[in-house]
Design a protein around this ligand. Structure first.
Ligand code: FES
Length: 400
């Protein structure tokens, strides 16, 4: 009887009303303004920033947390709490500071965001940002796999060599778990010592070294169906439009690629498979079709696979792939008539780095101009920093 709600709006109204009871500014969460929202107003409700207290208009954007002080302490003043934990110094064995944190498209351990192909299109696997000079010192090439070692544990991720990372530090996102990748969970390598007041572990102050992870082959696959297991040393799987995308790498050479691909993609007499390999089997490509549609494709190379991910993934949603289009897919390269959008930068509108570079080349010299040309950056805005970076990089290139 206590749960005889007739609509989601009714539940929300009760939730809103409870947040305002005896609140009077003493608790941070207060959306009492929504306590009497109508059904249609609930359906039309746009995101807003709380608190929105009873009687306050929902579009009143004047309240902002702590803009005028008013912390939730007895005297309403903020407290700085000194912590007794002393930072250790880096050592020759662990010369880098490991910083972990968020990336723009993901939330916590991705239990929900990983279900959205668009959000996975920006970064589909975990990575380690490292400064070019630190990478060179550690013998690490861009896009190869690296092992991060701390006194606590290890993690295996992709190297992202970039000058936006400062020397002496590395950054690894906190989001990936064993559900999405083999050995990529950076939490396993974070120092377990916790701050005695907040209980926070050393998420930003672990000490680490980074080592190349030598593999015999790298692979990339697009799959209609999610494989039950992926028996290989490194894998990272993510949802894509129409199926799944998987990054792979193996320490041992694979004797029979056709059999390996069949395990990953599926097999059957009604399926048609095309494959290609060079003489020593170092490079291998295979695509399997069910009727006119792609069931899966696998690309293997001795170095990180240089196939356009965005382009390859588009084939999963293409209803008919025939003749030369099949051969083109096998070649791993879009035809001259199909521009490669490049890695996705704007997830809201699926705009890739190559498209943004082309717009900049044609004169779009600001984030706004890129937005006007491609819509990129005009929705949630979280890609705007990256668009700005691409514009700056293009300008730098021009000035030499
Ligand atoms: S990612 Fe949302 S506007 Fe680009």
């Amino acid at each position: 009887e206590a749960f005889d709600y007739r609509s989601p709006a009714e539940i929300f109204r009760e939730h809103a009303a409870l947040s305002g009871i005896a609140n009077d500014g003493t608790r941070d969460f207060d959306i009492g303004a929504c306590a009497e929202l109508s059904e249609s107003a609930y359906d039309m409700l746009a995101p807003f920033q709380w608190p929105r207290r009873q009687g306050q208009a929902l579009d009143d954007a004047t309240t902002r947390f702590f803009a005028e002080g008013g912390f939730y302490t007895p005297d309403r003043r903020g407290r700085f709490v000194p912590t007794p934990v002393a930072l250790q110094a880096v050592s020759p064995e662990f010369p880098l500071i490991l910083n972990t944190g968020r990336i723009r498209d993901q939330w916590h351990t991705m239990t929900r965001t990983a279900k959205t192909p668009r959000l996975m299109s920006h970064y589909a696997e975990s990575f380690c940002e490292i400064h070019p000079e630190d990478a060179e010192e550690a013998g690490i090439a861009p896009a190869t796999l690296v092992r991060i070692v701390t006194p606590q544990g290890t993690a295996l991720v992709r190297a992202l060599v970039t000058e936006r990372q400062q020397r002496g530090s590395i950054f690894v996102p906190m989001h990936w778990t064993d559900q999405q990748t083999a050995q990529g969970r950076i939490g396993a390598a974070v120092l377990p010592a916790v701050d005695p007041v907040s209980g926070q572990p050393g998420l930003k102050s672990s000490f680490a070294r980074i080592e190349p992870f030598d593999v015999a082959w790298y692979g990339f696959a697009v799959l209609r169906n999610k494989p039950e297991t992926i028996p290989v040393d490194y894998w990272a799987i993510a949802q894509a439009e129409g199926g799944w995308r998987v990054e792979l790498a193996g320490v041992e050479p694979v004797e029979d690629w056709i059999a390996y691909a069949a395990d990953l993609i599926g097999s059957g007499e009604d399926l048609e498979t095309l494959s290609y390999s060079d003489q020593d089997q170092a490079s291998f490509r295979l695509a399997t079709f069910s009727g006119d549609a792609l069931l899966g494709a696998l690309f293997v190379a001795p170095q990180p696979v240089a196939v356009s991910r965005t382009w390859a993934i588009e084939h999963l949603s293409t209803k008919e792939i025939r003749g030369t289009e099949r051969l083109r897919l096998l070649s791993g390269r879009p035809g001259a008539d199909q521009a490669d959008p490049g890695p996705i930068v704007c997830a809201c509108f699926s705009v890739g780095a190559n498209q943004i570079a082309a717009a900049v080349e044609s004169g779009a010299a600001s984030v706004e101009a890129v937005g006007a040309a491609l819509r990129a950056g005009t929705n949630c805005g979280s890609c705007r920093v990256e668009i700005r970076r691409l514009i700056d990089a293009a300008a730098l290139k021009k000035t030499g």
